[in-house]
Write a protein that binds this ligand. Structure first.
Ligand code: ADP
Ligand code: MG
Length: 349
């Protein structure tokens, strides 16, 4: 082969190599994908870095979890069918996933002495704080707390101890409605973790629940802000490694005001009223310091979400015990503005 031909062939090969590198380089480099959407009645947002965009798949996962499984308002979802079977002596067959979810929820109900209870659907519908707070129910000025008689009769249809699960079937008493609003977002985070194996890192946020994915590029910890319930801005920060779930339940998240009292969306099954509000009969003692928000850190999204709701209702002393029982860390902001914590992931601002 002539020298010139050889030089030409090598040049062509180098050129082809360069074109290939230039073509594939963007695919080898990490990109950041930011996405926000309205799912499960709240805002989901993703800030993830990786070679391929996982966000549409994750959104799809959220939408189908809501539609097929968790939403009691979607007619054919699994939970809607379970609710429709209330009063049926033949019960209803449970999928393996639903049985596991409900069993975990009822376990938390037992350990929280009923403070956490997914069978509160009738009471939640009666108050419909979500509907009033979002404006779907009408003008918030028209909101009135339900009467004591209506609260009592709604409570008759509630109570986890009235539910039976046997041979993979569930038996609900007449009128009972299961509401999974306190656990859906956490369960979703666990599913996201399953999808996001490999070289992706960043944050998935589903309403008040957050998942840290992988390691931060600069090797530092992930920092998740804990909202100040009393004024704009943050009260504290959770400093976290990879694959941790953080959930906050707070009285400031969804509420509607009537005669100077903010009626929020986390209900105390013992009183039938929102937990820790001043005018509920059992909590009328003004000296009592209640809970304004509870943040839980756990390896499990389901646990962080469920426990934040449970601990909010339970109050400080029992909340510290319950979170310890599940190996979770907890940060409580009291209604008087002070705080309590168990765990070393929290920094007060
Ligand atoms: P958010 O959904 O705002 O993140 P939570 O996770 O604390 O807040 O869940 C609150 C939702 O849980 C309510 O909107 C309602 O659907 C349901 N819920 C209210 N009170 C209770 C309770 N005591 N136990 C279980 N679920 C509850
Ligand atoms: Mg919750």
């Amino acid at each position: 082969m002539k020298k010139n031909t050889l030089i030409a062939a090598v040049s062509v090969l180098i050129l082809l190599g360069m074109i290939t590198v230039l073509y594939y380089l963007p695919r080898w480099q990490n990109k950041t994908y930011n996405q926000t959407a309205f799912v499960m009645g709240t805002v989901f947002s993703f800030s993830l870095e990786g070679k391929e965009d996982p966000t549409s798949e994750l959104l799809q996962l959220g939408n189908s979890l809501e539609k097929d499984t968790l939403s009691r308002r979607v007619k054919d979802s699994e939970i809607a069918q379970i609710n429709a079977s209330a009063g049926d002596e033949n019960g209803y067959p449970l999928s393996e996933e639903m049985e596991e979810l409900l069993t975990t929820c009822f376990d938390i109900s037992k350990k929280s002495e009923g403070a956490f209870d997914i069978t509160l659907g009738a009471l939640i519908s009666l108050w419909d704080i979500d509907g009033w707070a979002s404006g779907e129910r009408g003008d918030a000025k028209d909101f009135r707390p339900p009467s004591k008689a209506d609260i009592s009769s709604a409570l008759e249809c509630c109570g986890y101890e009235k539910v039976r699960i046997e041979n993979h079937r569930i038996y609900l008493p007449e009128g009972m409605i299961i509401d999974l609003g306190a656990v859906g977002k956490g369960l979703y985070l666990d599913k996201c973790r399953g999808e996001l194996s490999g070289n992706i890192n960043g944050i998935v946020s589903a309403g008040g629940s957050i998942l840290t994915v992988g390691e931060k590029g600069d090797g530092s910890d992930w920092k998740v802000g804990i909202t100040n319930p009393f004024e704009d801005g943050l009260y504290a920060t959770a400093v976290l490694g990879s694959d941790k779930c953080v959930s906050t339940s707070g009285n400031y998240e969804r509420f509607v005001e009537y005669e100077g009292v903010d009626y929020h969306h986390i209900l105390d099954p013992k009183t039938g009223y929102p937990a820790w509000i001043k005018d509920s009969e059992e909590d009328s003692d003004d000296q009592k310091v209640g809970v304004a928000s509870v943040t839980i850190v756990s390896d499990s999204g389901l646990l962080s979400d469920a426990l934040s709701t449970a601990c909010f209702v339970l109050g400080e002393e029992k909340a510290l015990e319950l979170s310890a029982e599940y190996g979770a860390e907890i940060f409580i902001i009291r209604t008087d503005g002070s705080s309590a914590t168990e765990g070393n992931h929290f920094l007060i601002k």
